[in-house]
Design a binder for this molecule. Structure first.
Ligand SMILES: *Cc1c(COP(=O)(O)O)cnc(C)c1O
Length: 464
């Protein structure tokens, strides 16, 4: 494990022009700087001062990095795809009002997977025409919510198709046919963690591709629904371009089949999944390279089939929000076990970042108030929860640190806050959005009162 010095990182992956730096290839958010005293600044704010003001742990989102990722996706699709296109942000990676509103301002639509994510998107002012509702087991209440707001529904299974059809007659608010897209399992393998692989045949998501004829025949029998197209997603944190290229011909094949049956579908959603650089040795393709690959794949497959270009959608999550955020912790106790290991404990852990304990994920770290100091210690960063597995980073080289130092973990934007819990009744951290020396609170820190907000005490257990 190498020490993180911002100069190293930017040099090792520097592109010809600053605007071409792909955020998903950077460990540090784009605005990070280090002052002569070795203090880390992000979005023009000192990390240590943010912690002083907002407490720790603290999620710090760099607005520049987040906007740059949105813009690169949007511009790449404009550039590489002559047909119409729409980039959606997979909001499960981080869903809150400010993040939904920001990506929508950048022209992105949203993908949501629950009534709660849909509600958040709508409350943030996202146009329902640009919202796509996923999920392999949507409730009837969720389907009703989708129908009444007019977002597109990505149908995942037979039960759902029947439920949608069943809900139509009672839905008087519906003035136009609901837009429904079909999710099919593409049968594509990719190299990523088993829990985040979704494209192989043995997946809980989507229709079995062997049933596509029956699904399309169902669609033909239900013209009261606007069958808009197909969706497939092969997994997450993927560094190879080939599985995505393979997916394009598979998904265009489905469209050819639908058109031959007289169904006029014209949208293809190729999912998300582009990986990000968590540590130096990670080497993901850039946002532009990924976009070019999928756009070219669709164009070629359509040409070969003499099919007009469909509207092309994609739905990245991690590569949009992941690189934009760092989590700042305060260093607490240190336990030195001679010849074995030194544990450095921080004031958060698996409740604000469950990825290491869930997926054995690795991250990069630095001491934000000692950025220039040589990394002469090998330490293991432990969280504060009652689980031996609550380890954020194993055996990392860091400068000697003291209690009260600010330890930052990079690349925590995706699947950290959104998977955060109150395990051990630890309140969830606050989050700030930083830009140009200004910090805006986007999530308040939970309080102890928040922890018991939903608790009910039966009368006979009330304190006497
Ligand atoms: C999780 C997910 C995404 C986003 O994946 P990332 O790896 O975060 O880009 C997109 N589409 C679907 C259907 C998903 O389940």
């Amino acid at each position: 494990m190498v020490t993180l010095k911002p100069t190293n990182i930017h040099n090792s992956s520097l592109h010809p022009s600053a605007t071409e730096i792909s955020p998903n290839q950077q460990i540090l958010p784009l605005s990070v700087q280090v002052d002569p005293a070795g203090q880390m600044k992000i979005g023009g704010c000192f990390a240590a001062e943010l912690v002083q003001q907002y407490g720790s742990p603290l999620y710090i989102i760099d607005e520049l990095t987040l906007r740059t990722a949105c813009q690169q996706y949007h511009q790449s699709f404009q550039r590489f795809y002559p047909g119409s296109s729409q980039v959606l942000y997979a909001s499960k990676a981080w869903s809150c009002l400010a993040v939904c509103a920001l990506v929508a301002h950048e022209g992105l639509g949203l993908d949501v997977v629950s009534g709660g994510e849909l509600y958040t998107a709508l409350q943030a002012g996202v146009n329902p025409q640009k919202i796509y509702f996923h999920g392999n087991n949507k409730s009837v209440a969720e389907l009703e919510m989708a129908l009444s707001c007019g977002c597109a529904i990505i149908a995942d299974n037979w039960l759902e198709l029947k439920q949608i059809v069943g809900l139509l007659p009672s839905n008087e608010a519906l003035t136009v046919p609901p837009r429904v897209m079909l999710r099919i399992t593409p049968g594509i393998e990719c190299h990523t963690h088993e829990y985040i692989r979704t494209g192989h045949l043995d997946s809980k998501f989507g229709f079995d591709p062997n049933q596509i004829d029956q699904v399309l025949s169902f669609a033909q029998q239900h013209p009261q629904i606007a069958w808009i197209g197909f969706h497939a997603h092969i997994g997450s944190q993927i560094f190879e371009l080939q599985p995505h290229a393979d997916l394009t011909s598979v998904i265009v094949g489905w469209l050819v089949k639908a058109n031959s049956l007289g169904l006029s579908m014209n949208e293809l959603n190729i999912g998300g999944g582009l990986g990000i650089r968590y540590v130096e040795s990670d080497d993901p393709p850039s946002i532009a390279q990924w976009s070019e690959t999928v756009c070219n794949g669709i164009i070629q497959a359509c040409q070969a089939a003499a099919l007009p270009l469909p509207k092309l959608l994609c739905e990245p999550g991690r590569s949009i929000i992941g690189p934009a955020c760092i989590t700042a912790y305060k260093v607490g106790a240190k336990k030195d076990i001679p010849n074995i290991r030194t544990y450095l404990s921080v004031d958060g852990g698996m409740s604000d970042n469950p990825r290491p304990i869930t997926y054995q994920s690795i991250y990069s770290t630095a001491i934000a108030n000692r950025m220039e100091a040589p990394a002469t210690e090998i330490v293991t960063i432990a969280g504060k929860h009652c689980e031996s597995g609550d380890i954020l980073l194993k055996d990392v080289a860091l400068p000697p640190s003291q209690t009260g130092d600010i330890l930052v973990v990079m690349g925590t934007g995706a699947y950290n806050y959104s998977m955060a819990s109150n395990y051990n009744r630890i309140p969830r951290p606050a989050a700030v959005l930083v830009h140009d020396g200004e910090a805006n609170l986007i999530l308040k820190r939970e309080t102890n009162q928040d922890l018991i907000r939903q608790d009910c005490l039966p009368r006979h257990l009330e304190p006497r």
